[in-house]
Design a protein around this ligand. Structure first.
Ligand code: ATP
Length: 901
């Protein structure tokens, strides 16, 4: 209840009358003037929430050590120190610290990059300024702005509603209530709880249905959402199923290594009669060499690089698992308008009972003429045409605006094209909209495919205008407008007229009108469902995107099916499918066909259809499920509020960054900054690359660790002199894991990546093939290491020199093996393969310098007990490296031949 003691000025916004809100905020129903908005922005600051506190750098650094593998290494360092092996302990610590620093720096860079990428999905809002609707960045909204919201929008600021039509808002973010709340403009009591303030729309909530207009009463941190800022800006950790799978694997492996190490210790101590001290150091060397401590960080970096590369191709990842899933997508379901086509609409044909005329012009510039049979007509003398054009202007929410880059559409491009049409017909668009104001409306919805508006004028009384899909509008009509009055509708003729326009690739809208009572103030579905008079049709062209054609053909080569799912007419969809090379004669299912099919039937029918026309968002959801049931990994695009369920259901939900609603973006795994189909395909390519690179990192790390560990284990088992000392193996690990392993994170896409079929669903990382490779290459390492060691001993070299040869040989083998691993699906023996990438070359150069220092610097010779090598030794070192590369490539070739068979 209104509290009598509360003075009017102190009452909350939700309890005030709209007029009072407008007065208090010193604004008008037509919005602020541009200049006033600018001044207010300078005063109130941008409409954004302060960023939540991040983990500090110290915490981030410490977290680098929070890893089982690292704990084991630290424990080893501690015991080594207690045993007085100072230099060994130092090297282990150096490994750990180097690893942490690289992880820290790279993760910091990745987080920064991801932040920047998130910033690319900059939310927009529609406001009225000086009486014109304008799309602005949500950050620019100021108190007093008149903000327009519709289904799918995220409310950009706290709004006191001054107009609401069927408006329902999902306020779960604020209230936890999952059922959308009905909104209205009447004031509510001062003291009602947030969830019951029907006269308000709060920042951060989602418009579930309807349309509304409100006055911004609070922005930025002053909003209700700003008061509970802990909810926002949650930091996503870099974890994906693959990385989690690998983390789990690394954990198991650590246990296994610990068990083997314990056994090795007992074996060395009891059976080979090493001293406890020596046995322990051997075991430390074994454990450190076998533990892939750098792997988690390198995998994370690989992923982050993938996300960055996708962002440069306009694909913005919102949920990290999408990066991996993209690589295995087998069907892309895409919208037509704006994704395959440019969404630059132009009304090209107008059909009335008087016949068809063609409209000339280009883009959204309001210049052009009307022609029939190639010659210009005086449109003013065609009343049917003029009435249709006036309806198109009034039953319309868009506008056009001249910018430095030419004329632009504000709002729906198709509606903007109708404003252009009206301007070409010489109508003063602003004046007519003022003279015949809209009293009420039924907003457009993809479900019912039409919109209707109610207007009043002094002469005509009230009238209703309807525009929408021809099938739906014609069904509402009983008459058609003729020059000499209304006649009974010839529905069949209009249907075939519309089909004919559609078959030429036109998107078609029909227009109708109906008188209304002068006192009618509300518009309901029952008011428009029958007895309207058809005014005519308008056909729009929307040119296909040239890049989309190329992208479709590359999908076909990559074994990825493309399905067009559109709300448009079947004939239009079929013609566009032909124009963009989807299919010359596509199998087509309509929404009505889908309704008739049960789940099994839909699975079978979807299998060989590539165009789905006149579909609603529910059909999209059913299609995703059917395709998934058929074993596909589905990427699905969407833009409207009702697309959210299908986007969530799809393996990769793809929302449109420009024309997409905020609700769609929120449910998607990926947002396209340019709405372009080609960007989805670019992201799939990057997704495949990321997966390949992750596998490369794994298939390089495991065998090199395995080779080092087996060399020690082999010597221990056979009671031979160790060909490499524990401290030396620590050195190898420190130098190569980081310098060489990291280079693989930067690998570019391999040739032929988009000529392979998609990866199988749910394929584990550790396939039999990979395990075989780990074993095979590990054995090559052991053979190389022992071969050179025996050869050196047979030449009578001192054991220190023999060991120096072996250490260098292991590093050389790792470096050469890197070249083989870089090509999973082809040979490394190509010019491009030898040239490497900057990352590879930097890695190799780093390792070469480190090895030279290790071998020739007196200080390091002391620490590691190394000796200088002769040119012959050097040649032998390079020789085994090359031999390993050749062996690995032969194995690859044989394996390809076997798997192909
Ligand atoms: P796509 O799914 O490829 O983006 P679409 O844009 O044609 O296709 P919808 O937006 O669902 O899909 O539109 C479905 C149909 O509704 C259109 O073909 C058109 O006939 C009609 N329509 C679209 N926009 C409007 C509008 N603003 N007013 C009235 N009718 C519309």
């Amino acid at each position: 209840m209104q509290d009598a003691a509360t003075p009017q000025e102190d009452r909350p916004w939700h309890a005030l009358e709209p007029a009072e809100v407008i007065r208090r905020l010193d604004t008008t129903p037509d919005g602020l003037a541009d200049i006033e908005a600018e001044e207010r922005l300078a005063r109130s600051g941008p409409n954004r929430l302060p960023a939540t506190a991040r983990r500090g750098p110290l915490m981030r650094l410490l977290l680098q050590f929070h890893n089982l593998l690292i704990y084991v290494l630290l424990a080893a360092a501690l015991v080594t120190l207690l045993l007085d092996h100072l230099s060994d302990a130092t090297v282990i610590l150096a490994v750990v610290i180097l690893n942490a620093i690289i992880g820290f720096v790279q993760e910091g860079r990745a987080e920064k990059a991801l932040d920047a990428i998130r910033g690319m999905i900059d939310p927009h809002a529609t406001v009225l300024r000086d009486g014109r609707r304008l799309t602005v960045s949500a950050e620019q909204i100021v108190p007093g702005d008149i903000v327009l919201v519709e289904a799918g929008d995220r409310v950009p600021a706290d709004l006191r509603l001054i107009r609401a039509h069927g408006l329902k808002i999902d306020e779960a973010v604020l209230t936890g209530e999952s059922v959308a709340a009905d909104k209205a403009i009447l004031p509510v009591d001062d003291s009602v709880a947030l969830g019951d303030r029907h006269s308000m729309a709060y920042s951060g909530t989602f418009v579930a249905a309807g349309q509304g207009t409100g006055v911004a009463v609070a922005t930025g941190k002053d909003t209700e959402l700003g008061h509970i800022s802990t909810l926002i800006g949650t930091v996503e950790v870099l974890k994906t199923p693959l990385i989690q799978q690998m983390d789990g694997f690394a954990r198991h492996m650590t246990y296994a290594i610990l068990a083997v190490s314990a056994a090795a210790f007992l074996f060395a101590f009891y059976l080979q009669s090493y001293s406890a001290d020596d046995a322990f150091m051997i075991v430390v060397g074994l454990a450190v060499s076998a533990i892939p401590e750098g792997l988690p960080a390198i995998m994370t970096i690989t992923l982050a690089i993938g996300v960055q590369r996708m962002a440069t191709r306009n694909a913005i990842i919102r949920r990290l698992p999408a990066v991996e899933t993209l690589g295995s997508v087998s069907v892309i379901c895409t919208d037509k308008t704006g994704t395959l086509t440019r969404n630059e609409m132009m009304a090209q044909a107008v059909v009335t009972a008087g016949g068809e005329c063609e409209v000339t012009g280009a883009g959204y510039g309001p210049v052009g003429s009307f022609r029939t049979m190639g010659s210009e007509i005086d449109h003013q003398r065609h009343p049917l045409l003029m009435e249709l054009v006036r309806a198109a202007l009034l039953c319309n929410d868009a506008d056009i605006r001249q910018t430095s880059e030419g004329w632009r559409a504000e709002g729906d491009p198709m509606e903007a094209a109708l404003v252009v049409l009206a301007a070409k017909a010489g109508l003063d668009t602003a004046l007519i909209r003022k003279q015949l104001p809209r009293t009420d409306e039924i907003p457009f919805d993809a479900q019912h495919r039409f919109m209707a508006t109610l207007h009043h004028s002094h002469e005509d009384g009230g009238f209703i205008l309807i525009k929408g899909a021809p099938e739906d509008v014609i069904a509402m009509c009983a008459h058609e407008r003729q020059v000499d009055g209304d006649r009974r509708l010839n529905a069949a003729a209009w249907h075939s007229g519309s089909e004919e326009l559609a078959a030429r690739g036109n998107r078609v809208l029909a227009f109708a009108m109906k008188p209304a009572r002068a006192e009618q103030r509300n518009l309901n579905f029952a008011d428009v469902d029958s007895n309207a008079t058809l005014l005519g049709l308008v056909g729009f062209i929307d040119p296909p995107r040239a890049e989309a054609m190329h992208a479709i053909s590359s999908c076909h080569k990559a074994g990825i099916r493309v399905a067009m799912i559109t709300g448009d007419h079947a004939a239009t969809a079929r013609e566009i499918a032909r124009q963009i090379g989807l299919s010359d004669d596509p199998r087509l299912l309509t929404g009505t066909d889908i309704d008739r099919l049960d789940e099994e039937g839909l699975i079978a029918a979807a299998r060989d259809s590539s165009v789905f026309a006149r579909t609603t968002p529910e059909h999209k959801l059913r299609l995703v499920s059917a395709l998934q049931a058929d074993g596909h990994i589905v990427a699905m695009t969407g833009d409207g509020v009702n697309d959210a369920p299908a986007l969530t259901r799809a393996d990769v939900g793809v929302a449109m960054g420009q024309k997409g609603s905020e609700a769609a973006k929120e449910s998607a795994g990926m947002v396209l900054a340019d709405d372009n189909f080609a960007s989805i395909v670019a992201a799939v390519r990057e997704g495949r690359t990321v997966y390949d690179n992750l596998m490369k990192v794994i298939s390089w790390t495991l065998p090199t660790n395995g080779g080092e560990a087996l060399t020690i284990l082999g010597a221990l088992a056979l009671g031979l002199t160790l060909p490499i000392t524990p401290i030396q193996i620590l050195w190898v690990n420190m130098v190569t894991a980081v310098a060489l392993g990291l280079a693989l994170a930067f690998e570019p896409t391999e040739d032929g990546t988009m000529r392979r079929p998609p990866r199988r669903k749910g394929q584990p990382i550790l396939t039999g093939e990979l395990l075989w490779r780990v074993l095979f290459v590990s054995i090559l390492f052991v053979a190389g290491a022992f071969g050179l060691f025996f050869w050196a001993e047979s030449r009578g070299l001192p054991v220190e020199q023999s060991r120096t040869i072996v250490v260098n040989a292991i590093v050389a083998m790792e470096a050469f093996y890197l070249f083989s691993v870089r090509y999973t699906h082809g040979t490394a023996f190509t010019a491009r393969g030898f040239l490497g990438t900057p990352a590879v070359l930097i890695g190799i150069a780093t390792v070469a310098v480190a090895q030279a220092a290790f071998t020739y610097l007196p200080f390091l010779q002391n620490v590691f007990d190394t000796r200088p090598l002769s040119p012959l030794d050097g040649a032998a070192v390079i020789g085994v490296g090359i031999a390993l590369l050749i062996a690995a490539e032969i194995e690859k070739r044989v394996r390809f031949a076997v798997t192909r068979r």
